[in-house]
Design a protein. Structure first.
Length: 96
C-alpha cells in the first residue's frame, strides 16, 4: 500500500524544540494500515522525500497518531530545515 502527504517538519516535542526531526502522518493514511503494525505499533514502510528513500516505520506516538522520523543524512541531502513544508511518500514493506 502507498501513501503520500505534505507536512511541516518539526521536532518530536514542539514545546521544548527537542528530539527527533519528524513529520506527522495524517491519521486517514495510518488507520487502514493498523493491521500491519507489529506488537509495538510500528508499521514498516519505505519513505521517500525528494530523491532520498530509506527503510523506516510509521511510528506511534501513543495517542493514536503516527510520525516518520527524518534522519540527518536525509535532511542534509535534501537541504531540509526545521519548519519546512515537505512532500513525503511511503510504501508499506513486509516485516521480517
Amino acid at each position: 500500500m502507498k501513501g503520500s502527504f505534505t507536512a511541516t517538519m518539526e521536532h518530536f516535542d514542539p514545546e521544548t524544540q527537542e528530539g527527533w526531526y519528524q513529520v506527522p502522518v495524517p491519521e486517514e493514511l495510518c488507520a487502514p494500515l493498523e493491521h500491519l503494525a507489529n506488537s509495538f505499533g510500528f508499521i514498516a514502510v519505505t519513505a521517500t522525500v525528494g530523491n532520498s528513500s530509506w527503510p523506516t516505520s510509521l511510528l506511534p506516538r501513543g495517542d493514536g497518531t503516527h510520525f516518520i522520523a527524518l534522519p540527518a543524512k536525509v535532511r542534509k541531502k535534501e537541504d531540509l530545515l526545521l519548519g519546512d513544508e515537505i512532500e513525503v511518500s511511503f510504501e508499506t514493506r513486509s516485516r521480517r
